[in-house]
Design a protein around this ligand. Structure first.
Ligand SMILES: Cc1cc2nc3c(=O)[nH]c(=O)nc-3n(C[C@H](O)[C@H](O)[C@H](O)COP(=O)(O)O)c2cc1C
Length: 275
């Protein structure tokens, strides 16, 4: 390094002297003096272009990961406030709950959907973010999605439930009912339900504190939330069933789940009837 630098500078000096002797401007020396900064600028530009390309690719890749056709304006859709009083006791709901796989060909109301989502993961103590279902360490690994086919006042599509604002965020802007039913091994309940809730989880949230026990805790939490939904459906006079038999990878794609989310169960729900 040192010797080559000295060598270059020595050559530059000789060139200047020769230029002076010839009465010319020392053009070559001048160009050598600026050659290194130019190379640096070129390298910097290339590095910047590379970094920009990488950032753009990762952002576009993440978006492509999200959804087949997200709505242009993804403003959260506010849900009607959930009721905290009902006409059916917990005991009655427990006594009459049954897995129901056939539904009348009627839409769910938005109020019914709102109540079911709240039962799954609604916030009950806003100051602390506590929810309707228990969670190990209050870390809340569950994410609730709903595949809407026929809910009054709500366009068909896939939505993510936002517990803190009791709102929905659109993820896919068209019905995925037929596809989801295929993903669930062609089960009729998923093919006929006007809506199917989906419990997914981000296990890393729980793993960060509980390590290996996270798998057990996440599964338990899905069970708590699913039972809440089933009992709430019963109390509303609706039928529902929990589906555990489905193709994980296909469900991920159909619902455009995030890469860190795992689908745990589907909960088709609808008005009782149509058996
Ligand atoms: C983890 C789990 C997975 C289940 N998966 C399915 C399923 O894929 N399809 C289905 O029709 N029912 C499924 N069920 C519902 C059971 O078949 C049902 O709970 C059982 O037959 C008892 O009936 P009951 O729920 O009416 O008491 C599942 C239940 C659980 C707890």
């Amino acid at each position: 390094m040192t010797s080559s630098r000295l060598g270059a500078s020595g050559r530059g000096t000789r060139s200047v002297m020769r230029s002076k002797a010839l009465g010319r401007a020392p053009a070559r020396a001048h160009s050598r003096t600026f050659a290194r900064p130019r190379v640096c600028a070129l390298v910097c530009a290339l590095v910047c272009a590379l970094v920009c390309a990488l950032v753009c690719t990762s952002v576009l890749g993440a978006n492509a990961d999200r959804a087949a056709s997200p709505l242009a304006a993804p403003t959260p859709l506010a849900l009607p406030a959930p009721a905290t009083r009902g006409t059916v006791s917990v005991e009655q709901a427990l006594a009459t709950r049954r897995s129901t796989r056939a539904y009348a060909a009627r839409a769910l109301t938005l109020a019914q959907l709102s109540q079911l989502l709240w039962a799954a993961q609604g916030i009950t103590v806003p100051a602390q973010g506590l929810r309707t279902a228990p969670s190990a360490g209050a870390l809340y690994p569950l994410e609730v999605y709903v595949a809407v086919h026929e809910v009054s006042g709500l366009p068909a599509g896939v939505y993510r439930y936002l517990p803190h604002t009791h709102a929905l965020h659109v993820v896919v802007a068209h019905s995925v009912r037929a596809r989801l039913a295929q993903d669930a091994l062609a089960q009729a309940a998923a093919a006929r339900a006007p809506a199917t809730l989906v419990l997914a989880a981000v296990p890393a949230r729980t793993r960060s504190k509980y390590g290996e026990r996270a798998g057990r805790y996440v599964a338990l939490e899905a069970g708590h939330a699913a039972q809440n939904v089933l009992l709430q459906a019963t109390a509303l006079g609706l039928g529902a069933v929990v589906i555990g038999a489905f193709d994980d990878a296909r469900v991920r794609r159909t619902l455009a789940l995030r890469s860190d989310e795992e689908p745990l169960c589907l909960l088709p729900v609808g008005p009782v009837g149509g058996g």
